[in-house]
Design a protein around this ligand. Structure first.
Ligand SMILES: Nc1nc2c(ncn2[C@@H]2O[C@H](COP(=O)(O)OP(=O)(O)O)[C@@H](O)[C@H]2O)c(=O)[nH]1
Ligand SMILES: [Mg+2]
Length: 434
């Protein structure tokens, strides 16, 4: 079994200073917004930002030494615990910068890996993230040592005499990677089976997908409010990113917030990222949140749809939400988008504009997923009838001698439990006539 590496870089509510060398002025606000959203997703607070405009990072300290001094002052002023650099650091840069600012320094990749580690739920997801963490570590091992590598072991030690500590460590990590890859292959072989066994809830479920900082978490909060769960036991097993959303007529869906797509995701993190999206495969339908004010909106939408397609979630019903409409002055553009995108709405998650319209679309999408049933449920199984009321839409119910006759539309999961009491439509009229 692989060693589980969980959330090793960031702990709750750490105070973080962000560092960027983004040279493109147009992109800088988006870079800040994204890195902030990622930091908050990891559970930390941003207390400062330091920018240096440069095309290439400084090979020794990432930012120039003058900026590094400024960063050190900023760390002292804000009492920060951690610095996060919006790029990839070599271990030389990380070590030098840490010495300069007297504070822990991590890069964007470590931050993303941290979030993935927090969010991965399935065994496959966890193994996938551990694998990405090991791959990140491997090329950085060399620089963790001084140039005087120690000789390790002697005769009889695996690897033989003369193997340096560095070589031994690299070998250990490589062996670990091989082992994780083997585990993945084995998990994939049995995946279908596991999915079938997983206990599903009778609620319709939806997942929020879209780019980081599109506004998924804001919308998740807006929609779920602080609803009290009807059945605490049922929800005790849910992960904290899933909440119940009560719809206007009293029915509910379960809504999961996902990590979100990341701008310029390092390629070696793609597999781990996909593993965190597994809940979207389980969801009955998707809510695709798009930042309508973003200059690369179309590219981002395309990327999201392509990955969903690859994951086998391409055919799921989807509501497209053009968010942050408060930042768009061109009203025609918004209406054109709505007209050219099926089942779409525009909203402002922060201002609350368009939320009732979105809820209407959610309701219609959910209703289309319910399946019709016509059953006579024996009295000793009457809890099934209660569930029809709670999780579906009951159009008729009648207490008969041998059971409760119910005509309703319910979720696929509940259909599985109740289908054996199904009656023929003709039989139904007979029953009703008695
Ligand atoms: N102007 C504006 N900002 C928004 C809106 N929705 C979200 N934001 C901001 O966008 C940033 C990212 O939002 P967040 O919900 O964390 O995005 P996520 O990464 O998709 O979960 C936050 O600063 C939000 O306050 C909106 O409708 N209008
Ligand atoms: Mg979020």
């Amino acid at each position: 079994m692989a060693k589980q590496i969980n959330n090793q870089d960031i702990t709750d509510r750490e105070r973080v200073i962000l560092v960027s060398i983004e040279p493109d002025e147009l992109m800088l606000p988006y870079a800040w917004e994204e890195l902030t959203a990622l930091t908050e997703t990891a559970g930390a607070d941003v207390v400062g930002e330091i920018h240096q405009n440069r095309d290439d990072p400084d090979p020794k300290t990432y930012i120039g030494s003058g900026k590094a001094k400024e960063l050190h002052m900023s760390v002292l002023d804000t009492n920060a615990d951690l610095v996060i650099v919006d790029g990839e650091l070599s271990s030389v840069q990380a070590r030098n910068l840490e010495e300069e600012v007297k504070c822990r320094v991590i890069d964007r990749t470590q931050l993303i890996l941290d979030i993935f580690a927090q969010r991965a739920q399935t065994r496959e997801g966890k193994v996938q993230v551990t694998l990405a963490q090991q791959m990140y570590l491997l090329p950085r091992l060399g620089n963790l040592y001084t140039k005087f590598e120690r000789q390790q072991g002697g005769i009889g030690v695996r690897g033989g005499a003369g193997e340096t500590k560095l070589e031994a460590d690299r070998r250990k990590v490589r062996d670990g990677i091989k082992d994780l890859e083997a585990q993945l292959a084995e998990i994939r072989a049995t995946r279908q089976q596991q999915r079938a066994q997983r206990k599903r809830l009778p609620f319709p479920t939806a997942a929020l997908v879209g780019y980081t900082s599109a506004g998924k978490s804001t919308l998740h909060n807006t929609l779920s409010g602080s609803g009290v769960y009807a059945d605490p036991k049922l929800f005790a097993t849910l992960d904290p990113t899933t909440r119940r959303v009560t719809l206007p007529d009293g029915w509910a869906i379960l809504l999961t917030d996902t990590v979100g797509f990341v701008r310029n995701l390092p390629t070696h993190l793609v597999a781990a990222f996909r593993a965190t999206l597994e809940e979207t495969i389980e969801a009955d339908f998707l809510i695709h949140v798009v930042d309508v004010s973003h200059p690369y909106m179309e590219t981002q939408m395309r990327a999201v749809l392509d990955v969903l397609e690859d994951l086998g979630a391409g055919n799921k019903p989807m509501v497209t939400v053009f968010n942050k409409c408060d930042l768009v002055d061109d009203h025609h553009r918004l209406t054109d988008l709505i007209l050219s995108t099926p089942n779409s709405v525009y909203i402002s998650a922060t201002k609350g504009d368009g939320i009732p319209n979105l809820v209407e679309h959610v309701v219609t999408t959910m209703e289309a997923l319910l399946k019709p049933i016509n059953v006579v449920v024996p009295y000793d199984k009457s809890e099934l009838v209660a569930q029809c009321y709670e999780y579906g839409r009951v159009s008729a119910a009648e207490y008969l001698e041998d059971g409760i006759h119910v005509v309703a539309r319910i979720t696929g999961e509940l259909v599985g439990r109740i289908a054996r009491y199904e009656i023929e439509p003709e039989a139904a009229t007979e029953v009703a006539a008695i």
